[in-house]
Design a protein around this ligand. Sequence first.
Ligand code: NA7
Length: 555
Amino acid sequence: MSALQSASGKGQPAATRAYDVVVVGAGFAGMYMLYRLRKQGLSARVYEQGGDVGGTWYWNRYPGARCDVESMQYSYSFDDELQQEWSWSERYAPQPEILNYANHVADRFNLRSDIQFDTRVDRAEFDESANTWSVTTSDGNTVTAKHVVLATGCLSNAKMPDIKGLGDFKGKVYHTGHWPHEPVDFTGLRVGVIGTGSSGIQSVPVIAEQASHLTVFQRTANFSIPARNAALTDEERDSFRSNYREIRRIAREEMRNGIVQEVPDRGALDDGDNERRAKFEARWARGGLTFMGVYNNLALDQAANDTAAGFVRDKIAEIVKDPQTAKLLQPNNHPIGSKRICIDTDYFAAFNRPNVTLVDIKSDPIQQILPHAVRTSAREIEVDALVLATGFDAMTGSVAKIDIRGRNGKTLNGKWAEGPKTYLGLMSAGFPNLFIITGPGSPSVLSNMIVSIEQHVEWISDCIGYMRDRDLVAMEASQDAEDRWVAHVNEVAHTTLYPQANSWYMGANVPGKPQIFMPYIGGVGLYRQICNDVAAKGYEGFVMTAAEPLQRAAS
Ligand code: NA7
């Protein structure tokens, strides 16, 4: 009996259902994975812990939440009708619109019938005799699958800060990464926001408009560039739509981060002071992530980076009227871009409002949360509600929550105790037939996620097709290929300024997490080429196991 037939489950207890593939997560990665697997005629079951599709855009509903990649480029490219028919309203789509888009895709391709919502995958165990995975879910069921694909997302495991007394707080506590579905109204309330990463920076100006008073607790000042968000015009949309084929090709093949933009031909120190300042001014006026693309060495050369960092610090001083507040808001402990640069709408200007106060918790740390206040070493600040914009256990956090056991019963958590180890970010030695989408060791969070997701999904589905065509029952990364890739990822990271920052790229935001630069910084174009070459050479660096004759006859 083929897996496809047995997956129909006719006459079988649910506990023995067998699928070709189990996919964990129904965000953009899981949805496209399902679409591809179905096209290949494979049976697939997707488990999603949320109540609907959308992944990060399902959970991150905080005020002001937007994508920092421009909407026309933050969308699927795999179906031309889809990209022609969908109409983004703004340069940077707000979270509800991105979630609508995810729902539209699920409806359009009828994806929900193979997705089980409100269900976590708790455990996945590889059965070496059958070459299948046994997957146990939070509803108590166990199914088997030839392959498991972790589409668990990179920023999906919200991190609660370990602050004394948090449980004693009498008001409402919200985490930006786990925001309620019903509207939250801060009107008339004294609100405290803890954290000034992207989520804090996006939400502060919006909350400031509602709250009677807003106190922002900042541990590390962050670089942020104005988004210059605006409604998209028909001309802008049409210009993308009529050139999508070429735009997508360039994003995939030629760009380091999967976002189409001008490629700089010089370093920051190749221009004189006036010319450089004029270029930074032009990018600041244009707004958005491409600020960092004005020169080709901002991520590589400290002196070059200093010019961009200094420019942004000057801008902060121009915007923020109180010199002491401005000084606190000027980042000074990491190179610009080494933590993910933020894109904001009126963040720095919000501190000119009479109802917004900045508290520097580096010099005046939070000691305790009291029932109605935050107590720092110097004062007690009364608040009615707390917003924790404290980020995520990024890249590995959601994988670590699943008890994954590979060959010889070894756990993935045990193997990754000193940092994640993968070959190409796609597989980890000792864990056959287990794929990771945008995993550590791939460009993932250093890129336009949808570009990287599409590349991984297509590579994985091609790989599964290759195995099926050749009666291969198991595939895994060789230890040697993995070791070489881990060393390469690390080596490339250390040619840049990125490892200098205590960032979530490094795992530095989670106490006790090993500090290793997790994403691959070589660029999506080069990375795609490497993955394609590996596949063209019969999956070089992977070990394939053929089916036993008996197994072949039965399948
Ligand atoms: P980030 O970027 O990880 O930011 C988290 C912020 O919270 C950051 O300012 C942290 O300060 C701060 N933080 C974390 N833990 C604490 C504690 N215990 N006390 C005080 N302050 C704390 O998460 P975001 O959600 O903003 O953004 C994540 C990504 O989503 C972003 O990069 C975009 O790609 C989208 P720290 O810097 O660690 O000193």
